[in-house]
Design a protein around this ligand. Structure first.
Ligand SMILES: NC(=O)c1ccc[n+]([C@@H]2O[C@H](COP(=O)([O-])OP(=O)(O)OC[C@H]3O[C@@H](n4cnc5c(N)ncnc54)[C@H](OP(=O)(O)O)[C@@H]3O)[C@@H](O)[C@H]2O)c1
Length: 304
């Protein structure tokens, strides 16, 4: 099968190659998915799990990309709950070959059924961004109706979904980002927007939750916005500064079949809309990864 592979840790996106590789093996409780659309995270070439397995052993050449939507092609020994021919979407394991390939082996529990009327391209944009946004806001920060939340990077993949979920939950949402993102973020339902380059973050006032996807100085400066008992949640890097009388949380997104189904339901009902930038064929993954493409929104690779 054809797949995007990486071998050289120092080569960055320049090391991506379109190659012929063996068809993946379905281990116990696995599903082999015929990939129709795949998503990736630009920073994943820096993750240790791109290069080594869970025991720390070299696993190159490895296939990047950890989001997919496609059709079940094969079931591993003992796999239940999904059937061959079924449309599915979800996350692939961090330390196994990923989704930028014609076929991918995925644990069945990482996948959810996909309704016939939801496009693969849209579904592939949901798993990481949608689950990260949900888990950050509600599982880790406990955001509740009537509370105020600052969402950094609110026009990005995770942030744009977080804004929509928080608004629907009845929170007062202040989005942040680049000056050019203001209309996009307000259009998603945020009540206010702060340009991180030109406006003072303290204009947000005291808030119950800060959800950060940027890290660095933005994350550090955010701790002092959190009111006593509130939470600073980060998905970019672990916070080194914590709110004086609150919690600081860093987490890595976990698979959740029921939540994936809920996110897809929201999309079908018109209550949630992932922002999709460009849709490119597998052979054009290089340019997309290298961020030559500055179209706002998630880049999705159309494989099938
Ligand atoms: N821990 C986890 O489980 C987990 C899960 C998902 C994602 N992540 C991480 O979260 C981060 C964001 O992911 P994403 O998919 O949402 O990325 P994304 O789509 O690139 O969104 C990031 C947004 O933040 C904006 N931004 C970045 N730096 C900024 C700055 N200094 N000032 C103003 N705006 C800034 C970006 O604008 P520009 O595009 O203009 O720079 C973009 O709109 C990544 O580092 C990713 O690896 C972690």
């Amino acid at each position: 099968m054809r797949a995007i592979t990486v071998r050289d840790r120092d080569a960055g996106a320049g090391g991506l190659a379109l190659t012929d590789v063996p068809h993946p093996h379905a281990a116990e409780n696995d599903v082999i998915v015929r990939v129709h659309a795949a998503g990736f995270t630009p920073g994943e070439l820096d993750w240790p799990s791109t290069w080594t397995d869970r025991a720390g052993r070299d696993r190159t050449p490895s296939i990047p990309g950890h989001e997919l939507s496609g059709v079940v092609a094969e079931l591993g020994y003992g796999t239940t709950g999904l059937t061959v021919g079924q449309r599915v979407f979800g996350l692939t394991d961090w330390a196994r070959d990923g989704s930028l390939a014609e076929y991918a082996a995925v644990e069945a529990r990482n996948l959810a059924p996909l309704a016939a009327d939801l496009d693969h391209t849209v579904a592939a944009a949901l798993p990481i961004s949608g689950l990260t946004a949900w888990q950050g806001l509600f599982d880790h920060a406990g955001l509740a109706t009537g509370q105020t939340v600052v969402i950094h990077g609110a026009a990005g993949g995770v942030g744009s979904i977080a804004v929509q979920l928080a608004c629907e939950a009845g929170a007062y949402v202040i989005g942040t980002g680049r000056a050019a993102d203001r209309e996009t973020v307000l259009g998603l339902g945020a009540r206010a927007f702060l340009d991180l380059d030109g406006e003072d973050l303290h204009q947000a006032g005291e808030v119950d939750v800060v959800f950060d996807v940027i890290g660095g100085d933005v994350l550090d400066r955010s701790a002092e916005l959190v009111r006593p008992g509130g939470t600073l949640v980060s998905v970019a890097v672990p916070p080194t500064v914590r709110p004086e009388d609150g919690r600081a949380v860093f987490f890595v997104v976990e698979p959740d079949r029921a939540r994936l189904a809920d996110l897809a339901h929201r999309v079908r009902a018109g209550r949630l809309k992932p922002i999709i930038g460009s849709v490119r064929p597998l052979a054009e993954t290089f340019a997309a990864f290298a961020r030559h493409d500055r179209t706002p929104g998630r880049t999705i690779i159309q494989v099938g």
